[in-house]
Ligand binder design. Structure first.
Ligand SMILES: [Zn+2]
Length: 166
């Protein structure tokens, strides 16, 4: 299945830049399979979470309210997962794609900075890390725990805005 999906994706990516936009639109939708996998793993681990908080920078795919942690599930292609084979630049229209990916990266970084300023930690989970549920649970535990530890030591953590007034 994944290899079939990949070749379909590649075939579509190789098409013209005009098609590229509609292709992208379809892939921007919420509730992608990797997202569902991450929710399933979080649930199995006993985390309480909420989805698609539109009031937070970048509308994180999942948030852990108690831990003030935002989770983004990034497609390896769209967000150019470093060193990942799914992150290659398509051969046709390389300039279009390079610009597109640069914009995505700039936005991703800006969202993380904004979230941090509001007292939210960010965890990024890559699509390719969601294939195996057991591995995914380990990844989630490690990354969420790393953030919690930073909180504990007061590193780069700004108190939530609602407690600063008065
Ligand atoms: Zn990847």
């Amino acid at each position: 299945m994944p290899s079939v999906n990949r070749s379909i994706k590649n075939a579509q990516v190789e098409r013209s830049a005009t098609n590229a936009r509609s292709f992208m639109a379809r892939f921007k939708s919420a509730n992608t399979k990797p997202e569902v996998q991450v929710r399933r793993a979080l649930h199995a681990l006993g985390f309480r979470f909420r989805l698609h908080r539109k009031d937070l920078p970048g509308t994180p795919d999942i948030v852990l309210p108690k831990l003030r942690t935002a989770i983004f599930v990034h497609g390896c292609f769209w967000h150019q997962h470093p060193g990942c084979k799914a992150a290659r630049i398509p051969k046709s229209n390389p300039v279009f794609w390079t610009n597109k990916f640069k914009k995505n990266e700039t936005r991703d970084v800006a969202n993380i900075v904004d979230l941090k300023a509001r007292g939210w930690a960010t965890v990024v989970v890559w699509e390719c890390e969601t294939k195996n549920e057991r591995d995914l649970r380990t990844v989630l535990l490690h990354r969420v725990a790393a953030n919690a530890q930073n909180d504990q030591f007061g590193i780069n953590v700004i108190p939530p805005l609602d407690t600063q007034s008065g």
